[in-house]
Write a protein that binds this ligand. Structure first.
Ligand code: HEM
Length: 127
């Protein structure tokens, strides 16, 4: 992981935009939408803060939520390959849009894609 990525993409606004676009996809996804609460605002905020922290920004996520323990936090949801693929499709789509707009370099976008694939695979909890 590269601590300077947070600064290179211009700080928190990049992650807020990424996650906002991701949740537009989730909101219209018949497989994923039922997993999330009615109001997506907090889910959205937590994911943005988590990614900010992961990529070298402030640790507001852990200050508010404690250790991420993502496997544990996702245990209540059945996440199989279809859910993983849908999640990744929305997230990678959002990232590609921002890359297309020149908000992130191709090298940083690749690093982020690699991480997102790895993280999403690690959260599959059913066959
Ligand atoms: C593999 C497919 C995934 C599915 C179906 C999924 C689904 C969910 C759901 C339903 C929630 C609960 C939302 C809420 O209660 O507000 C959640 C929370 C969260 N997810 Fe995922 N997720 C996936 C992958 C990921 C990945 C790859 C990451 C990290 C890169 C991630 C990071 C988070 C974070 C940070 C939270 C909030 C945890 C908290 O409560 O503090 N998720 N996810």
């Amino acid at each position: 992981m590269d601590d300077a990525l947070f600064e290179r993409v211009g700080g928190e606004a990049f992650f807020v935009d990424l996650v906002d676009r991701f949740y537009v996809g989730v909101a219209g996804d018949p497989l994923l939408r039922p997993l999330y609460p009615d109001d997506l605002a907090e889910s959205s905020r937590h994911l943005a803060l988590f990614l900010v922290q992961y990529w070298g920004g402030p640790s507001t996520y852990s200050d508010e939520r404690g250790h991420p323990r993502l496997r544990m936090r996702h245990a209540p949801f059945v996440i199989g390959v279809p859910e993983r693929d849908a999640w990744l499709r929305h997230m990678l789509g959002a990232l590609l849009e921002l890359e297309g707009e020149g908000r992130i370099t191709p090298a940083d976008a690749s690093a982020m894609r690699e991480y997102l694939h790895m993280a999403a695979n690690s959260l599959v909890n059913t066959v």
